[in-house]
Design a protein around this ligand. Sequence first.
Ligand code: V47
Ligand code: SF4
Length: 388
Amino acid sequence: MSQLSLSLLKKSGVSNELIGIAKKTIDGERITVKEGIVLFEKGDLGFLGTLANFIREKKHGDHTFFNRNIHIEPTNICVFDCKFCSYSKLLREKTQGWELTEDEIYDIVRSYKDKAITEIHIVGGVHPKMGLHYFGNLIKNIKEIRPDIHVKAFTAVELEYMCRKAKVSYKEGLQILKDYGQDSLPGGGAEIFDEKIRAEICDDKCSTEQWLEIHRTAHEIGLPSNATMLYGHIESYAHRIDHMDRLRNLQDETGGFNTFIPLKFRNKDNQMSHLKESTVVEDLKNYAVSRIFLDNFDHLKAYWPMIGRETSQLSLSYGVDDIDGTIDDSTKIYSMAGAEDQNPALTTKELVQLIKDVNRHPIERGTLYDVIKDYKDYDFSAEEAVVA
Ligand code: V47
Ligand code: SF4
């Protein structure tokens, strides 16, 4: 954003307070917690979008990243009882859960033999009988079938439980999984770090301190990770900024986070169904403020199975540079919570088109943002249909 844009902002009646924050952002200066809250409370969508897009384009130009991935969810049986979770309500409602056998999991991996996926994302409920070495072996065997694949596995919630049960420190547990072949950690389980809100929505699982410690330790031993934030329920703007501030501080310390993924609360079939979901305007504001506040995160991801395809396209003008992957209908977390896509799957061609339709430049990436293929001028008709 140039001096011209700043003077346009002045003419359009934007307050001096917001112009001050815009100036800092343009000069590459970090904004404070207080300024982050002001952005949420006083910044309108046009202002926030302009600023967030400025940062996004400074970092990545028009490049928009995606990957070819699948999820494996070994079970939805869970010892915890998060109020927002639609996925595991077994303890309370005694409904049917699933437990994939090891062979079923290996068959899933084998079924992708001829497909160019680069990542398997493994998360699920916290099953009392599936422990550290069970999962370690699973990763080892998956890697034997598919040595080239990146395994991004287990939220800090699952890891805290596994380490506790195995009576090992986080460092020992994570090193054991790394030695079996785990490559990185997903960002789940973060929810909202504010202790009071956390106690209200997910009282019995790993604490904020434990989540941060597990990610810190992972980074220290060379396992990069992602970070999420569950928003749009009972938290305030101050809680969102506090959450991001704790992540920004840890990122200063370790530099181990790849991307930040805001997760919109979906309200179907859970103990928080009485709450309304956030609007699209709120979702876009949230992306924009995240992009402006988290100056030390290279990437901001809109997870399309949760937010929908069109909002994902819009998000690309509000700071987002990554829309996750092909998925191939392999996750149930969001469809069970009420997301529009009941069978989330996009072919590579469809993902590329989605990105091109909003005039952005599609880049297939690996999990760690290594460039795999540039699709700007790619001609799909030149090859047979490319599927996931
Ligand atoms: O921690 C559960 C969320 C997360 C609901 O790292 C809900 O690349 C909204 O972390 N409404 C797990 N959200 C999924 C996750 C994730 C997803 C995609 C990519 C990555 C990554 C990580 O799902 C949980 C929780 O925050 N969640 N229920 C719900 N009703
Ligand atoms: Fe279990 Fe995760 Fe659902 Fe919480 S969000 S109940 S830890 S599956």
